[in-house]
Design a protein around this ligand. Structure first.
Ligand code: NAP
Length: 313
């Protein structure tokens, strides 16, 4: 099969499109013929920091068709269309096939395309668990999404609206219109305004991008407000890890999110997509052979929604 393999000897292009052995599913694994896979920060950041998957193949957010099943598989059969985030199971999605535990997967509805489906798992679950689980979102709350233009942010804006919140999104000037169209009640262009200097207070802040101090989050929160940090600059993440506990004083809480992929949340999200309640936004698509270009593009940090690789076209 064809795959995009990490090969450190092949400088400067360490991601090489080449022939490798097709995997065989063992135990509870299914063999997926991959149709589409999206790029995540987990892929390009791992590459940047030298974290290499065991198979030397990146790519976590897969969607495809089951071609073979291992002897212990219970949930799926050959021909089923599936999707999921396989990072925890070793990645391997930038390839024509991957063998992965059935635990990682859920059914893909026939009416949703493989490309759309491949955008949902990692970014959708991050947004969902940030707002619903750590953020304990409630109808009528004032919610701020920092990084509303990206993969996680696009889903977060829509999910916060789904839960009945009043939503403010922060993004760059080129993404203002799309963030509004996803349902945001207010949009702040970070090149023009700084939310930390406004009087507006939020019950919940989901910080996906940016670099703010914890004192700035504190001032922007209501007395019982919650800040959930999903991502952002290293300095922002460091401040949260070192001092987040200290700043969770009084009613306010500052929490760091570690999203956990699970089938229940995949099913919940894809049902919203199927019902037209959650839109997927794709900035660019690339063929598998151009995955290295796709990774570079996503890594520039200003994609709108998701970047998707088309496989087995
Ligand atoms: N905690 C977890 O479990 C977990 C799970 C998954 C992902 N993450 C993290 O979540 C983060 C976001 O992932 P993603 O998939 O959304 O990334 P992405 O799609 O690559 O995000 C790109 C977006 O970031 C926006 N952006 C860049 N700088 C910004 C700033 N200063 N203020 C506001 N927006 C800014 C850009 O919008 P503009 O063009 O509008 O600037 C762009 O649309 C990453 O750091 C990732 O590591 C965490």
């Amino acid at each position: 099969m064809k795959a995009v393999v990490y090969d450190k000897s092949n400088k400067p292009d360490v991601l090489v499109h080449r022939e490798v052995e097709k995997p065989l599913p063992i135990a509870d694994q299914v063999l997926i013929k991959i149709m589409a896979v999206s790029v995540n920060a987990a892929d390009y950041r791992s590459l940047r920091y030298g974290i290499i998957p065991k198979t030397n193949i990146y790519g976590a957010d897969v969607a495809g068709t089951i071609e073979a099943v291992g002897p212990e598989v219970k949930h799926f059969k050959i021909g089923d269309e599936v999707f999921g985030d396989i990072l925890k199971w070793g990645s391997g999605g930038f390839a024509e096939y991957v063998a992965v535990s059935e635990e990682a997967l859920a059914f893909k509805p026939a009416s949703v395309s493989f490309e759309s489906t491949a955008t949902v798992s990692m970014a959708g679950i991050t947004a969902l668990q940030g707002l619903r689980d750590l953020g304990r979102i409630q109808p009528g709350q004032k919610v701020l999404i920092i990084g509303a233009g990206g993969g996680v942010g696009n889903f977060a804006v829509q999910l916060a609206k789904y839960y009945g919140a009043h939503v403010t999104g922060i993004c760059g000037p080129q993404n203002v219109e799309i963030v509004k169209s996803l349902g945001a009640d207010r949009v702040i262009d970070y090149t023009e305004n700084n939310f930390t200097e406004e009087k507006f207070k939020y019950d919940l802040i989901l910080a996906v991008h940016g670099s703010y101090r914890l004192t700035q989050f504190r001032r922007a929160l209501t007395p019982n407000g919650i800040m959930v940090m999903a991502g952002g600059a290293l300095l922002q993440l460091f401040r949260q890890m070192a001092f987040g506990g200290l700043f969770s004083m009084g009613g306010q809480k500052m929490q760091l999110l570690k999203a956990e992929p699970n089938r229940k949340d995949l099913v919940f999200l894809i049902k919203l997509v199927e019902e037209g309640k959650l839109k997927t936004v794709i900035d660019r698509t690339y063929p598998l052979a151009e995955t290295a270009e796709a990774m570079k593009y996503a890594n520039h940090g200003h994609t709108l929604g998701k970047v998707v690789i088309r496989v087995n076209e």
